[in-house]
Design a protein around this ligand. Structure first.
Ligand code: C5P
Length: 296
């Protein structure tokens, strides 16, 4: 029988929005050269690592979320375990994901879970991983995973994985609206490629938020443009699509106005979240893994 080795750990995985996203071109490695401003929001998943006898396993509150090796959390576990050179078979651990961040929404849920899993599993398995090694693992997992090791307001360049801390954006109330369909990141970038070949450029907007993936995604899903318009009419200081969509968000100065906007959009078929921006310092506190007392 396998020994139960490790400690119980819990971590929050916060979502992000993109305050701006410029696509500068297609790189030789097939990725796109980006210039994007990430912003953490309080909406989060929660991961709990529980040492168990028996094999490594993932459980998720959302049945649509894969729980096998294709889940980025599993791949994060593999990287941490290999780093420790403790053998081929992953240590016995059950990772439970309480999913709140909608998937295929451009809110970074899968990437944030992966970054959170790297840190939580290192603590749960008592594996020492320095900052550099952690960043390298994050980059291997996906282009926006490294951002979730830092959080707050940050500029991402190259694939979006080279980061520079920015001054905290002004605190805002955020209304996130998720349409009843998702958009795959790979598809959104492929649509951008096609539009560029046809020399269609993104029109300049009045809004200070600009997302170059908006136009090609809206061409397939016009509902996204309507939702952005509605958020503006409901008093958002600015509104845009997040990342590759399908979620849109509005930034509000006043809680009451944000509340009313969320109320009037909060009917089926949309999922609506009323949340706030989270600055770098608060992110550090909120997104750090912590030990739980052992089960009685
Ligand atoms: O890195 P990740 O696996 O999260 O990216 C998902 C997909 O998004 C990539 O396979 C690629 O098609 C696209 N992508 C891109 N350029 C980026 C980031 C992502 O083309 N900078």
């Amino acid at each position: 029988m396998t020994r139960v080795a490790g400690q119980r750990v819990r971590v929050r995985a916060l979502a992000k929005i993109n305050l701006s996203l410029r696509v500068l071109g297609l790189r030789a490695d097939g990725y796109h050269e980006l210039r994007t401003e990430f912003q953490s929001i309080a909406l989060h998943d929660t991961l709990t690592c529980e040492p168990v006898r028996g094999p490594f396993a993932i459980a998720c509150s959302d049945p649509a979320c894969p729980t096998d090796e294709s889940n980025l959390v599993w791949r994060a576990a593999d990287l941490v375990w290999r780093h420790a050179r403790r053998g081929r078979t992953l240590g016995g651990m059950r990772v439970e994901i309480r999913k709140r961040i909608p998937m295929q929404a451009g809110l970074g849920g899968g990437s944030s879970d992966a970054a959170a899993a790297l840190r939580a599993l290192a603590l749960a398995w008592r594996i020492d991983v320095n900052t550099r090694a952690l960043a390298a693992m994050a980059r291997e997992l996906g282009a926006d995973v490294p951002y979730f090791l830092e959080g707050g307001t940050a500029l991402g360049v190259e694939r979006g994985d080279r980061l520079f801390a920015l001054l905290d954006a002004p605190p805002s109330h955020v209304v996130v609206v998720v349409p009843p369909f998702g958009v795959g990141t790979r598809d959104a970038f492929a649509w951008w490629d096609r539009a560029r070949r046809r020399h269609q450029t993104t029109p300049e907007t009045e809004d200070d938020l600009r997302n170059d993936l908006e136009a090609p995604v809206i061409a397939r899903h016009p509902e996204i443009a309507r939702l952005i318009g509605r958020l503006r009419r409901l008093g958002a200081r600015s509104a845009a699509m997040s990342g590759s969509g399908s979620a849109v968000f509005g930034l509000f100065d006043k809680a009451t106005v944000a509340h009313q906007a969320a109320d009037s959009l909060g009917r089926a078929p949309y999922s609506v979240f009323l949340t706030q921006t989270v600055n770098r310092r608060r992110y550090e506190r909120l997104a750090s893994p912590h030990r739980l007392s052992p089960r009685a």
